[in-house]
Design a protein around this ligand. Structure first.
Ligand code: GLN
Length: 413
């Protein structure tokens, strides 16, 4: 039988699983008693591209509770519904450098420092569904939203929910504190009940990869094709994951792995590279920060092996000027531009070609080989022919040739 062309990706994921099986240490969470029953040897990984292709290995279909991996998605729903200005009246955007369950509120405003720690996440859940919604209604808004991110129905793990509800006094304390500071959007009982249900939804590594790929894809689920949140909400969420997603390990994580991510005490981690892919990992034993030991190891291995660090210097880009030809007819120079034109590409075009624009020559900017003009490039280029005006004999100094209309084509909002 012929080899499947996708085998290299799958075997790369298999190889990563093989490597991290050698990694030991950590302990399955037990402060929520029901979580202590998790299989410490379960190990899975899934990767979904922003074109909706799925690759997985190991126990990628095994179910576990989403726990804190739900937090960025609930935040995305909140900022998409209420706007970032309204949401940040209730929750800050600063890394706390403290554990996920820290009792910490900004002294001046009473806001939790960020939406990735429990205090901030409980406030986010309290806002969803609006001030009049009860716990059932808020939990339903969260579940429906998370289902759209995952592209399938999600089931509540009743036993984990009951276990967390009966032992969740620290989270109740956080809710009462934020309530008294005026930042909680519901009563403490409603907010924590909805939050416990949010954390107890069952997912797989595959679901997490699709959810992360939805953020990587600007808010559109690449498998179902459904827009779940707007582009702004996806970007804001990815930014908060970058600065706060791994709690008090976020700085080290950013240096060594370099992908926006979020962990949960059920053993899941999501990570993504905007415009490229989402990854979900599953392995229950946790380190001291509450991050999955083997999940961190898998993502570090993937990042190093495949050069995925988001701040990696990718080398000089291909010049956006494919060719420059001077024709004998009227001293006209034709510059053929190419590729995906971003701000720096537009800057290069204008700076390099400026000396060719004068009283005796005119410049044709040919966009026929340009695949996309990013908003920043469009702003730099817009109105250039009008601004540079006419030659001495009345011809336009700059002419735009754009047969496909790429200059007018905007990215979806
Ligand atoms: N439900 C868990 C809690 O509130 C979530 C914590 C986590 O996953 N880090 O304690």
């Amino acid at each position: 039988m012929a080899a499947d062309l996708r085998d290299p990706v799958r075997s790369a994921l298999d190889a990563v699983l093989g490597t991290v099986r050698e990694v030991h240490g950590g302990a399955v969470a037990s402060y929520i008693p029901e979580l202590a029953k998790a299989d410490p040897d379960a190990l899975g990984v899934a990767l979904v591209s922003t074109r909706g292709m799925l690759h997985d290995a190991g126990d990628a279909g095994a179910e576990f509770t989403i726990q804190s991996v739900s937090k960025p998605f609930a935040f995305a729903l909140a900022v998409d519904t209420f706007g970032i200005d309204e949401v940040t009246k209730h929750v800050g955007l600063e890394p706390s450098g403290e554990p996920f369950n820290a009792i910490s509120l900004e002294p001046a405003t009473g806001r939790p420092l960020n939406p990735m720690i429990n205090a901030g996440a409980i406030v986010i859940t309290s806002l969803l569904g609006g001030p009049d919604a009860d716990a059932d209604a808020k939990a339903a808004v969260v579940r429906t939203g998370l289902e759209r991110f995952a592209g399938r129905d999600l089931v509540l793990a009743q036993d984990v929910y009951a276990s967390e509800a009966s032992t969740g006094d620290r989270n109740r304390a956080l809710a009462y504190l934020t309530r008294s500071a005026g930042t909680l959007g519901a009563t403490a009982e409603i907010a924590t009940d909805a939050y416990f249900r949010q954390c107890s939804l069952l997912v797989t590594a595959r679901d997490l990869a699709i959810m992360a790929a939805t953020l990587a894809n600007g808010g559109v689920n690449p498998v179902s094709g459904e827009r779940v949140v707007g582009k702004d909400a996806a970007r804001w969420t990815t930014a908060v994951m970058t600065s706060c997603g791994m709690y008090d390990a976020s700085g080290t994580w950013l240096v060594h792995v370099g992908l926006p991510a979020k962990s949960g005490v059920g053993g899941g981690i999501v990570a993504l590279q905007p415009g490229q892919f989402g990854i979900g990992t599953f392995s229950p034993p946790l380190d001291a920060q509450g991050n999955s030991v083997r999940g961190v190891a898998m993502l570090q291995e993937l990042s190093t092996r495949f050069d995925l660090h988001m701040l990696e210097h990718r080398g000089a880009q291909l010049s956006p000027i494919a060719s420059l030809e001077r024709s004998d007819v009227g001293g006209e120079t034709v510059a053929v531009l190419r590729g995906d034109l971003k701000f720096a590409g537009a800057e290069e075009v204008l700076t390099r070609l400026a000396p060719l624009v004068g009283d005796d020559g005119c410049l044709v900017l040919d966009f026929s080989a340009v695949t996309r003009v990013a908003e920043g490039a469009r702003r730099v280029l817009s109105g250039v022919p009008e601004r540079v005006g006419l030659t001495a004999d009345g011809r336009p100094r700059v002419v735009i040739r754009d047969p496909e209309g790429v200059l007018e084509r905007r990215d979806p909002a």
